[in-house]
Design a binder for this molecule. Sequence first.
Ligand SMILES: Nc1ncnc2c1ncn2[C@@H]1O[C@H](COP(=O)(O)OP(=O)(O)O)[C@@H](O)[C@H]1O
Ligand SMILES: [Mg+2]
Length: 366
Amino acid sequence: MLRVEGLTKAFVTGEGKVEAVRRVTFEIKTGEFFSLLGPSGCGKTTTLRCIAGLEAPDAGEIWIDETPVFSSKKGLMVAVHQREIGMVFQSYAVWPHMSVAQNVAYPLVHGRRRLPRRETMKRVKDILHLVQLDELEKRPASLLSGGQQQRVAVARALVAEPKLLLLDEPLSNLDAKLRVEMRQELRDLFERLKLTALYVTHDQEEALVLSHRIAVMDGGQIVQLGPPMEIYKEPANLFVAGFVGTTNLLQGRVLRSSRPGEPGLVDTPLGNLTCPVPQPMDEGQRVSVMFRPGAVTIHTDSCGPLSNLFSGTVKSAVFTGNRVEYEIEAGEFRIRVERSPYIDEIHKGQSVWVEMPADRIRVLPA
Ligand SMILES: Nc1ncnc2c1ncn2[C@@H]1O[C@H](COP(=O)(O)OP(=O)(O)O)[C@@H](O)[C@H]1O
Ligand SMILES: [Mg+2]
């Protein structure tokens, strides 16, 4: 549905050249919800604006639904309104002097696909129903709450039935509770309508919840691309490990590389850890060892496995509602642990055994 190849865009500013997007390549399938995730300034908005046609890339190629819309080689740049995309911005860009219905009707009244009045009104009604704004049709947009404005922006983006929807941090202006509600609503809406979306966010949880696949960006480049669970469990590097979810991180040295049927061994401040050591890491190499707080198993006696079991003391226990978060001191290291509140409680000061299952440990280049 969308194909982006070698997309590159730099800005020349007073302080010099900023390489905002560097050789970005990805593909989105029809019906897929695809997110660009990364910290502020990593090039997400610029990528989106290039796809929309609001920014002229320096190099690369873009296809929407098999139709080339940009090619630096061929000198091709299709105009914004000819790309058949819908857009939702962080600022909503809802016109305050117009009613809800007028805002939503705008693309059908002024856009490329003008429709007869009767059909326009029907479409607007249908789409307002879809985003649960039926009652507010006549209300001036200036009298809407943040969440309602956001719905208007989504409705307006959908009304012309675009092939592709581009959304740039559409929830970031909402308060935390509403953000979670709207996130769920968007998810349901997109699933129901089987829409194809490119979603931009710096919020890892949002990306994990909404996306079929995520591209994590850092410094203008895609550093990892995959389904949410893969990004979380198998981060490609330390940046992704730290940016997506919380993690335990140890510095280590490879004692033995993995061989067929035999796991590797890494020396860490906790002791020796049995775990997969991916190729091409060599014996003696310095590495980082990561495991998630939820990957750990706690034992209250020492009858656990023979490897990857370390004794420690519970330093803190915090109940957050859905889980209990512990800090467990093992030697010099504090291990972060998360558990369900429904398994046997452990208490501050208690001596415990911490087990790290080998297949939940990830060894990354230091
Ligand atoms: N119009 C512009 N002029 C100069 N620099 C820009 C412009 N737009 C973006 N940048 C720079 O490009 C980089 C990427 O920006 P952006 O794509 O907005 O990142 P993100 O959306 O991930 O926060 C940043 O360093 C930003 O300052
Ligand atoms: Mg941005």
